[in-house]
Write a protein that binds this ligand. Structure first.
Ligand SMILES: Cc1ncc(COP(=O)(O)O)c(C=O)c1O
Length: 483
């Protein structure tokens, strides 16, 4: 028996390579990472792909005896990374860009190596304190009181789901109420809110879409009227979700008008600031987001406005007792973890138990760089956006969307009188952008019309990238004109 154990130990010890082997792997991964970052300015923002070729990965063999390091890294660098959107590129203007700060990646590495149990204070008090420190920094940024709380999630969808659950429980809604419960949103509300309602078992609840003004912002006079009428009709208004940076148009609902309405009618006021929240660091953004501190809960995504790699969102809630009620649990094997630490453990106020030691990927860049470069980068993005919008607005036959409040520019080419002919030529233009790949724009439909969106939020997007966007646009329009 001992012989067998020793034999197994020998094999299992392969999982813990010695210093020399670790250094070789780390050096190879590091050298690939540095090459990847240094090459970004020359790499396309989008690489077209054949799904047959990408899906060969599904047959990638997983063997009993492992594979050679160089072979494995080449699968990653040649087959996994290149196809599709280069989300680390500064010329990625699609959807809502993130960034992928390398200092944050090092934070992830340290988090994984030390593998602290970030869900529970008694196990890893330092890890929980670090997450709480990040939450407190966010609370301070958004004008939330000391008594408020929150947690770091995997992203905005997860945090919005938790907010919906908190709002539901705070209003003591039960299954029998759901078909009369009304949530107030707009056409611009991110789809994850609707999805969160479904996941929370509230798919029957009434979605009241409040009309928007010409800039796609919620018209608050209609909001107040709708709530009043719904109450008179015997419905149960319970939640207003405002967008602080809508995904499509990048606009912010009038938060300072919505807060008083929510209070007057005793509704939960949630702000989805997943995209726009960090503009709070800038003077202009803080003005645009005025009223955000009056919300009951808010979501903000460090993997958007702080340029961190994907996998980190945050939820702040004014009354964290609601979160602890929503996530209450009893388990005898957890009794020894109940210590009086003076701070909430993430596992007490959010769905995860074992969780990624997420705070390090946010804390390390904040500590190393300080806040000023983040503020400067966000201010730079606002100015680049204003410049791009102005240049496009001044371009003949280009029709722009509303003057950007934050960092999204909507535009379309209108060489024809006929709207559907314009849609068609913009679709062809989009195809040319994808084939070219130097810059990536995503597209959307607003009021039935096809629009391009340029969302400027990568830390790596600078003046030259905006010039390139304009150059590619002009080249592609010329080539379509020439037929
Ligand atoms: C306004 C808004 N809310 C929520 C989300 C969802 O966030 P995530 O993709 O991090 O789940 C997004 C994503 O782009 C968003 O823009």
């Amino acid at each position: 028996m001992e012989e067998k154990i020793i034999e197994l130990e020998k094999r299992s010890r392969e999982l813990e390579p010695g210093l020399k082997d670790r250094e070789v792997l780390q050096q190879k991964a590091n050298s690939y990472s540095n090459h990847f970052i240094d090459q970004l300015p020359d790499e396309p923002a989008y690489k077209a792909y054949e799904k047959e070729s990408v899906n060969k990965l599904l047959n990638d063999p997983i063997t009993e005896d492992g594979a050679d390091t160089d072979d494995v890294l080449s699968i990653f660098s040649e087959q996994v990374v290149p196809p599709g959107l280069n989300l680390s590129s500064g010329r990625h203007f699609g959807y809502i860009p993130g960034g992928g700060l390398s200092t944050s990646a090092v934070g992830d590495y340290l988090a994984a190596i030390t593998n602290r149990y970030a869900g529970v204070y008694s196990s890893s008090p330092g890890a929980v304190a670090l997450e709480t420190r990040m939450i407190n920094w966010l609370k301070n940024l958004f004008g939330y009181p000391d008594s408020s709380g929150g947690y770091l999630s995997s992203g905005g969808s997860h945090a919005n789901l938790t907010a919906i659950v908190a709002a539901r429980d705070s209003k003591k809604l039960k299954g029998a109420d759901y078909s009369r419960a009304v949530i107030y949103i707009t056409e611009q509300t991110h789809h994850c809110v609707d999805r969160a309602l479904n996941i929370a078992g509230m798919s029957e609840c009434v979605r009241q879409k409040i009309p928007m003004d010409n800039s796609f912002r919620m018209r608050t006079s209609f909001l107040a009227q709708a709530i009043q009428k719904d109450k008179e009709d015997g419905l149960m208004p319970w939640l207003i979700v405002a967008s602080a940076g809508s995904t499509d148009a990048g606009v912010v609902d009038p938060l300072d008008e919505i807060g008083p309405i929510a209070r007057k009618y005793n509704l939960w006021f949630h702000v989805d600031a997943a995209y726009g929240g960090f503009f709070m660091l800038t003077q202009k953004g803080a003005g645009t987001l005025k009223g955000i501190s009056e919300s009951d809960s808010l979501v903000v995504d460090p993997h958007k406005g702080m340029f961190l790699p994907y996998g980190i969102g945050a939820l702040l809630v004014k009354d964290p007792k609601i979160l602890s009620w929503a996530h209450r649990f009893e388990a005898s094997y957890m009794n020894d973890t109940k210590v009086d630490s003076g701070i909430y453990s993430p596992a007490e106020i959010s769905p995860e138990l074992s969780k990624h030691f997420r705070a390090v990927r946010m804390w390390l860049p904040l500590k190393l760089h300080g806040v000023a470069p983040f503020r400067a980068a966000l201010e730079e993005k606002l100015l680049l956006t204003g410049m791009l919008w102005k240049k496009l607005s001044d371009t003949e036959q280009i029709v722009t969307g509303p003057k950007p409040q934050l960092s999204v520019v909507m535009f379309r080419w209108e060489p024809f009188e006929d709207s559907s002919a314009n849609d068609e030529i913009n679709k062809k233009l989009h195809k040319l952008f994808l084939e070219d790949g130097r810059v990536f724009l995503s597209v959307t439909t607003i009021n039935g019309r096809f629009y391009f969106r340029a969302a400027i939020l990568s830390a790596r997007t600078h003046l030259a990238d905006i010039h390139l966007l304009l150059k590619v646009l002009s080249e592609k329009m010329d080539s379509l004109r020439e037929g």
